[in-house]
Design a protein around this ligand. Structure first.
Ligand SMILES: Nc1ncnc2c1ncn2[C@@H]1O[C@H](COP(=O)(O)OP(=O)(O)OP(=O)(O)O)[C@@H](O)[C@H]1O
Ligand SMILES: [Mg+2]
Length: 457
């Protein structure tokens, strides 16, 4: 099948030719005809097989054929993503696939000033890609509305319906119009979460290219049993011995990610970390450096496990195994994308063996067990020390005072959150709620009218 057979509008075909896409992938050829009919869809396909285009192309086609002015402070299409980096990447895909159409695309997520986003959304946009926290902040500030949304997409849908995101998602769903097209996509969809999808979808078509949680095709999956305390030595050896073009190394914790980077640096190996404790500027810089090949090793928490598409990632290393098996599928899916090959290496400590079992059961794949390298004992003995924790530059008294003030405010905020809405305190995207706009109390005629209404009630 060719893209021309799908009946997509000419400007879209031109953009695909510019991207040198020869033919649609299986999820694209199966999902696009259904979506062009305006039906709801739940699409399951392996990592790296082009799900983004599967939801972007038919939606762009809809806008190309049904041009309309953008709704004031609103959008025609809303795409939700679990992380900021993925939201930015999806928005870029829409810009690429829609480059010959005159459509506006905006991305909104936390960690950056909200005012620029308020300005950008003011006149309305065709397509908004958002993380749920910042989207709700914008709605709460009356800076944005989603009541005119024609197409609603949940990328990484199973994660968006999981515990961390389900409350914001329910709120968002209530604010969407009844009449809309819903598109849910993921590589994994555990049965109990799929059942939840019924409340958001209307008579959906299910397209499943492979059974859910099938790992990417051309990825060699290995595991090595090793003591937790000796993993750093094994990592250093692995990085030295493997023919790595670019590798993503996953740790369970943010602190753990920083530690791994310091040990690698201590051994003279350059690496950067990306996780939720980093500022947005640091996160963006780290991912950019990795994307452009300025740094070969990116150490990450699960923040980078889903959706991130960097070409040339030859290896994924699980420094620790994830305790949710589906997350393994996504992590190792950062390699072997778009027909490429890749290697996934997992370091398994004794207490992680049950996780390995669960992963093998879920993915229906047995990992190749690779023994420790011959020179391992020696490597453990000679492991260089971690590089010292980087301290900031010497601070002036003003800077110190400003920092202390910031910390005090942060602690106050934490205490307030603990006292108040638990839901907001546990926002999964780690966004801090934006301040409510200052609203003047009514006085004069308005106040009188409100008082009359109150007594009338
Ligand atoms: N028809 C196509 N021909 C060639 N390359 C394609 C095609 N469709 C998508 N791609 C490329 O494949 C890569 C993976 O696509 P995408 O990120 O959409 O995968 P995905 O299925 O969403 O993966 P994940 O589950 O990890 O999110 C991208 O670099 C994209 O440009
Ligand atoms: Mg994707």
């Amino acid at each position: 099948m060719q893209f021309t057979d799908l009946g997509l509008a000419e400007p879209i075909l031109r953009a695909l030719a510019a991207k040198k896409y020869a033919s649609p992938t299986p999820i694209q050829s199966q999902a696009i005809p259904v979506l062009l009919q305006g039906k709801d869809l739940c699409g399951i396909a392996q990592t790296g097989t082009g799900k983004t285009a599967a939801f972007a192309l038919p939606s762009l086609d809809h806008f190309a054929r049904n041009p309309k002015p953008t709704p004031l402070q609103g959008c025609r299409m809303l795409v939700l993503s679990p992380t900021r980096e993925l939201a930015a990447q999806i928005a870029q895909s829409f810009r690429d696939y829609g480059r010959f159409l005159k459509l506006s695309v905006e991305v909104v997520f936390g960690g950056v000033p909200i005012n620029r986003q308020i300005r950008a959304l003011g006149r309305g946009v065709d397509i908004v890609v958002a993380t749920p926290g910042r989207l709700l902040d914008l709605i709460d500030q009356r800076a944005f509305t989603i009541k005119d949304t024609e197409i609603f997409v949940l990328d990484e849908a199973d994660q968006m319906m999981d515990m961390g995101f389900i409350h914001p998602l329910k709120r968002i769903a209530k604010l969407l119009p009844r009449e809309r097209q819903n598109l849910f996509f993921s590589a994994t969809m555990p049965g109990e979460i799929e059942a939840l999808a019924a409340q958001f979808l209307h008579d959906p078509v299910k397209v499943s290219v492979a059974p859910q949680s099938t790992t990417a095709e051309r990825v060699r999956q290995q595991a090595t049993f090793v003591n937790q305390a000796e993993k750093q030595a094994l990592l250093t050896l692995t990085v030295r011995n493997e023919p790595i073009d670019r590798a993503l190394i996953f740790t369970r914790t943010k602190h753990g990610a920083d530690r791994v980077v310091r040990f690698l640096e201590g051994a003279g190996i350059q690496a950067v970390a990306i996780h939720g404790n980093k500022s947005q500027a640091q996160r963006t810089t780290a991912l950019q450096a990795f994307r452009h090949g300025h740094v070969k090793l990116l150490v990450a928490t699960d923040i980078a496990a889903r959706g991130i598409d960097v070409s040339g990632v030859s290896h994924v290393i699980n420094f620790e195994l994830p305790n949710v098996p589906e997350q393994y599928v996504h992590r190792i899916g950062r390699t072997a994308r778009a027909g490429a090959e890749g290697v996934a290496i997992s370091f398994v400590a004794d207490d992680e063996r049950p996780y390995l079992k669960a992963i093998e059961r879920t993915t229906r794949v047995k990992l190749d067990i690779v023994p420790l390298p011959e020179n391992f004992v020696e490597a453990v003995r000679n492991l260089p020390k971690a590089a010292p924790q980087r301290k900031g530059r010497e601070q002036t008294p003003e800077q110190k005072a400003k920092r202390a003030e910031g910390q005090r405010r942060y602690q106050d905020q934490q205490q307030r959150q603990q006292r108040g809405g638990a839901e907001r305190a546990h926002r999964p995207d780690g966004e801090t709620p934006a301040k409510k706009p200052f609203r003047r109390r009514r006085s004069g005629v308005g106040a009188h009218k409100a008082a009359v209404q109150r007594t009338a009630r």
